[in-house]
Design a binder for this molecule. Structure first.
Ligand code: SRM
Ligand code: SF4
Length: 556
């Protein structure tokens, strides 16, 4: 194993943290500030929370010599993005009491609540716990929420594949009981042996770690953007096993050429549950032992894979698991999208996918989505499944209940809203960015809707309104809405300015490239106008915008 080198500050904080406890209890007791101690800000992430502040109010508060307006974001752990109606009601209630009220569906199939004051964290976690929900390991240097293609009509054996998300999530959970002790008031463990952690030890992983499972033909989870991507291989309605890809990750840092987005590399196939889980576990232990612990910018698995090589990684993996991976099996992705409206799965159950712009569930002047989803949940006749495109599926509705649920959705305007939204908007995604994200350089979810209004007009003008172009925006180069894997990607560079990326494919198998740097709306719209004009007149039959842009505009 390599020498650890100079450990980064976060590594030292983890090691000294006594199982992720740090001084969180003292931080919570300190009534002089709405913030927590600096070291604890790194540790609280492992408990699924981030300290933030309202960036819109920084200047005004500074002028009044006031501290920043601190609050916390809490992210739930929902493997595969599944939530029962009862739990949705609990989330709705908690959101109304302690947070901004907006329920935010993330690009990794889970929910975040923002604006929770320090004094409200414990009551929030307690309320979640009462509903059998938790936020353990949804952030931090650890395995995060495990993704799985969310639509039950995707495959006749969706439920079986879907079950792996929960199994993998449990397999890679940390052993520390700090969460229960700090947030729920459980007694401190006397025998620390109970929380010895052979996987994470005392250093956890060098960086965040993400796993996604795709069920072909839909790559709705963007499987190659994950540290580990599993692709279910299904023949004659039978799960044969999984192709395994490693080293996906989409972040880069402006001006740091050593950082780059990367799609995961396929390294083999496993045919049994035991082998699949063993392989996943050991991929994580190799990253634990070989990942970069001195420079966090280079600490993701993708850099470990590129440093040592995918062949080396596979050999090391086979040494640790004691079995050889089989060659990658055939699979085909034909789409990467949500199926809006009603669809029926082979079981006979119905599922309605609702369009939620940028994952923000709220009641506003346009539509009362939050009230609509609550009313539907109160029937107790549905489940909720979140998609990696920040939408929600009202799922598992029995044939006998479909008409009444449909009537409710119609009454609240949800059906009209979903059906009349343009295709470009339905296939768009933006990250949170301002005002809560401390890393945002530009707006994303607050700006994208108005930009799309104008892009819709351009598409209409060029007869392209029926194209399902994938368009995404992030407020910085971290890639939270996976802009680098879009046909049109905007990456924030500064207030109102973005790099424009084009040439990504529709299926998430090819990254895009920078076409224009640091442009604002006055430049974005004419550039897109020209691109759409060229695409409309010059495309080959069936050619997608991303493929056209690559071949004709980027000339590759
Ligand atoms: Fe992300 C950091 C929001 C998906 C790459 N991400 C953040 C933080 C927590 C900012 C921070 O570190 O303080 C953002 C919180 C904003 C806020 O106020 O809520 C944030 N990321 C999000 C979400 C909510 C975007 C959304 O609008 O849906 C997504 C939550 C996912 C979840 O439920 O777990 C989200 N983040 C992603 C994705 C997409 C994915 O995983 O498919 C990526 C790119 C894939 C990848 O990981 O490479 C992503 N987020 C990052 C990074 C860059 C990581 C890196 O390798 O360098 C950061 C910054 C960091 O970790 O230092 C980051
Ligand atoms: Fe924040 Fe950047 Fe992620 Fe957007 S992409 S949520 S701005 S870290």
């Amino acid at each position: 194993m390599p020498e650890p080198g100079n450990l980064s500050q976060i590594e030292k904080i983890k090691m000294a943290s006594d199982g992720l406890r740090g001084t969180l209890k003292q931080s919570l007791r300190d009534e002089h500030t709405g913030a927590i101690r600096e070291d604890d800000q790194a540790l609280i992430k492992f408990h699924g929370m981030y300290q933030q502040d309202d960036r819109d109010r920084r200047e005004e508060r500074a002028a009044r010599k006031l501290d920043r307006l601190y609050s916390f974001m809490i992210r739930l752990r929902l493997p595969g993005g599944f939530l029962s109606a009862e739990k949705w009601i609990a989330v709705h209630d908690v959101a109304g009491q302690n947070s901004t009220g907006v329920i935010k569906i993330t690009s990794r199939q889970t929910i975040q609540l923002h604006g929770i004051l320090k004094s409200s964290i414990r009551p929030t976690i307690k309320a979640f716990n009462a509903a059998r929900l938790d936020s353990i390991a949804t952030c931090g240097d650890i395995n995060r929420n495990v993704l799985c293609s969310s639509h039950p009509a995707q495959s006749a054996i969706h439920e079986q594949v879907f079950g792996y998300a929960a199994k993998i999530s449990s397999l890679l959970m940390p052993k520390t009981k700090a969460y229960y002790e700090i947030w729920l008031g459980d007694q401190q463990l006397v025998d620390k042996k109970e929380e010895e952690d052979p996987l994470y030890q005392d250093r956890y992983l060098p960086r965040k770690f993400k796993i996604g499972i795709a069920i072909p033909p839909n790559n709705d989870v963007d499987v190659f953007a994950n540290d580990i991507g599993l692709i279910a291989v299904i023949e004659n309605n039978e799960l044969k096993g999984f192709n395994i890809a490693i080293g996906g990750g989409l972040s880069s840092t402006h001006g740091n050429a050593e950082t780059y987005p990367r799609l995961a590399t396929l390294i083999g196939f496993t045919d049994t549950e035991e082998k699949t889980l063993k392989a996943i576990y050991e991929i994580a232990t190799i990253q634990r032992d070989y990942g970069n612990r001195s420079d966090r910018k280079l600490a993701r698995l993708k850099y470990t894979v590129d440093k040592y090589g995918a062949d080396w990684y596979r050999t090391e993996l086979e040494k640790r698991t004691g079995f050889a991976l089989e060659p990658v099996r055939d699979y085909t992705f034909t789409e990467r999208k949500d199926h809006f409206g009603w669809e029926q799965s082979e079981s006979g159950d119905w599922h309605y996918t609702v369009f939620i712009e940028n994952g923000r569930v709220l009641d506003d002047e346009k539509i009362k989505l939050k009230s609509a989803l609550l009313t539907v949940a109160e029937t107790g006749k549905t489940n909720f499944r979140f998609t990696c495109n920040q939408n929600v599926i009202i799922s598992d509705v029995k044939e006998a209940d479909k008409a009444s649920i449909d009537a409710m959705l119609a009454q609240y305007g949800v059906i009209a809203h979903t059906e009349t939204t343009s295709l470009i908007r339905k296939h768009s995604m933006a990250c949170v960015a301002l005002p809560t994200c401390p890393l945002a350089l530009a707006e994303a979810q607050r700006y994208m809707p108005s930009l799309i209004d104008k892009i819709e007009s351009l598409l209409d003008k060029h007869g392209l309104a029926n194209d399902e172009i994938i368009i995404r925006m992030t407020g910085c180069p971290n890639g939270c809405a996976r802009s680098y894997a879009a046909e049109i990607g905007f990456v924030g560079t500064g207030p109102g300015r973005y790099n424009l990326h084009i040439g990504g494919d529709r299926l998430g198998e090819r990254l895009n490239r920078i076409y224009k740097e640091n442009i604002d709306e006055t430049e974005i719209l004419p550039v897109l106008d020209d691109l759409f004009a060229a695409y409309s007149s010059g495309r080959k039959p069936g050619q997608t915008f991303g493929d056209f842009a690559l071949v004709t505009v980027l000339r590759n």
